[in-house]
Write a protein that binds this ligand. Structure first.
Ligand code: IFM
Length: 467
């Protein structure tokens, strides 16, 4: 009888690390790149911690060879990076910018030379500013522009790139960008956030169709930031109702249209006072539900939620403007004793197992990849410069185990990407939060593989945790 080693991943499991263009590239005004909404937003006083911007970031645009060499040192099988739309199609329409594309061609060549599979994300939040000026994601035309851009990028890189993610975390683009406004473009209008949700998904579906038409064998997917959601008190009907609402707004409003071809009816009812979903046109949901080859899941933490306290004034916990339209009175609670990361996010590795198993059960038949998972902690380099990030090592170890548990329970998990390869620009938090398995000294741009990076290299080489 064959015994299956419970600490080993299935053969062929893909191990990688992920980044995003605006968070690492810098070189924002070089070789024809035009501003994105994140350039505008980060240069607006008060929008980011310390007024930080992505102008320089990790200088990856010029240091990509060094960074690919570090990936090779870690033994990574894949590198997931995003293409900056305004670098390759300045202004978001019209012809491609050859110089911008050349950067990604060089990067892909470098990866392939080192045996690292390139995995391209087409949209990780850097919308060309001109498209925002024309209405942004709440405008239907942006979906068409995105599909056109996606097809052009695929035309330039598709001979060597087989794995494509259309959107990264559309929840953040729609609800942080257009409802709470803590992300670019910083608008605060819940109906627009819902229109943005639909047009992001429509752009995704149209992009999949456009790429598929030219390349039937491409591996195509979308990446969603999914959460485990649970009621503070499972015996309390109000808390259960709060969990249903937040699960609807965080998870099912994306999963259902993409994988079932319909918005969830209960979520539409929750949102009825905000939008009549009049932006949905005949045929849109068929486009959005165009079959995919894989689903990317970004997992960081769990939402534990509770009903409003009956006697508390709503304003005492209501977050206005909220990223949760229709769920603004839900309380997000912290469980006593549960450790949190430097983002104040609870560490909850079983929530990753729960999320993977839930998706496999409720949306069966699609291969899954964890396309991001990781943690911010304060790193203090030792006198010798070494970064012994024991908390991050423990966070990752617990989540590798969570992946194994999900696989043991039947989830079709095919790969895992650490977030992030490098410390980088953490959006509104600027450089104040460090997620890297490789540390970056921003004054010198010196890279240092952290203990979590060395540990990751061991896991990748063993394809498991044993030893
Ligand atoms: O840094 C981000 C990334 O851009 C998207 N997913 C979550 C990460 C940590 O907040």
């Amino acid at each position: 009888m064959t015994s299956i080693d419970p600490l080993t991943f299935p053969p062929g499991f893909l191990w990688g690390a992920a980044t995003a263009s605006y968070q690492i590239e810098g070189a924002v005004a070089e070789d024809g790149r035009t501003p994105s909404i994140w350039d505008t937003f980060s240069h607006t006083p008060g929008r980011t911690v310390g007024g930080d911007t992505g102008d320089v970031a990790c200088e990856h645009y010029h240091r990509y060879r060094e960074d690919v060499a570090l990936m090779s040192d870690l033994g990574l099988g894949s590198y997931r990076f995003s293409v900056a739309w305004p670098r390759v199609q300045p202004g978001g329409r019209g012809p491609m910018n050859g110089k911008g594309l050349d950067f990604y061609r060089r990067l892909v060549d470098e990866l392939l030379e080192r045996g690292i599979t390139p995995w391209v994300t087409l949209y990780h939040w850097d919308l060309p500013q001109e498209l925002e000026d024309a209405g942004g994601w709440p405008a239907r035309d942006t979906a068409a522009r995105f599909a056109e851009y996606a097809a052009l990028v695929h035309g330039a890189l598709g001979d060597r790139v087989r794995h494509w993610t259309t959107l990264n975390e559309p929840w953040c683009s729609a609800f942080l960008g257009y409802a709470s406004g803590v992300h670019a473009p910083g608008r605060q209008h819940a109906p627009d956030a819902l229109a943005a949700t639909h047009h992001l998904l429509l752009g995704h579906g149209e992009a999949v169709r456009a790429i598929r038409a030219n390349d039937p064998g491409a591996q195509l997917g979308v990446t969603l930031n999914l959460y485990a959601v649970s009621p503070a008190d499972p015996g309390n009907a109000g808390d259960l109702e709060a969990a249903r609402r937040i699960d609807g707004l965080a998870n099912r409003i994306f999963l259902d249209p993409v994988l079932r071809g319909a918005y969830p009816e209960d979520v539409r009812q929750d949102l009825a006072g905000i939008s009549d979903f009049g932006f949905v046109r005949d045929g849109d949901l068929d486009v959005i539900a165009t079959p995919l080859d894989l689903l990317g899941i970004n997992y960081y933490s769990r939402h534990v939620v509770a009903a409003p306290e009956p006697d508390a004034p709503a304003e005492s916990y209501r977050r206005v403007p909220t990223p949760w339209p229709g769920g603004e009175d839900v309380r997000f609670v912290k469980r006593p004793g549960v450790p949190v990361t430097d983002m104040d996010w609870e560490v909850d590795a079983p929530g990753l197992t729960e999320t993977l198993v839930r998706v496999a059960r409720d949306y069966p038949g699609i291969p899954l990849y964890v396309t991001e998972n990781g943690a911010a902690y304060v790193d203090i380099p030792g006198a010798d410069g070494a970064i012994d990030d024991a908390e991050r090592v423990a966070y990752f170890d617990a989540h590798y185990r969570a992946c194994l548990d999900a696989i043991a329970q039947g989830a079709p998990l095919r790969g895992y990407f650490a977030w992030s390869l490098l410390d980088n620009f953490e959006w509104a938090f600027g450089y104040s939060k460090r997620f890297g398995i490789i540390g970056v000294d921003y004054a010198t741009q010196r890279r240092t593989i952290k203990a979590s990076g060395h540990r990751y290299g061991d896991v990748v080489r063993r394809n498991g945790l044993a030893g």
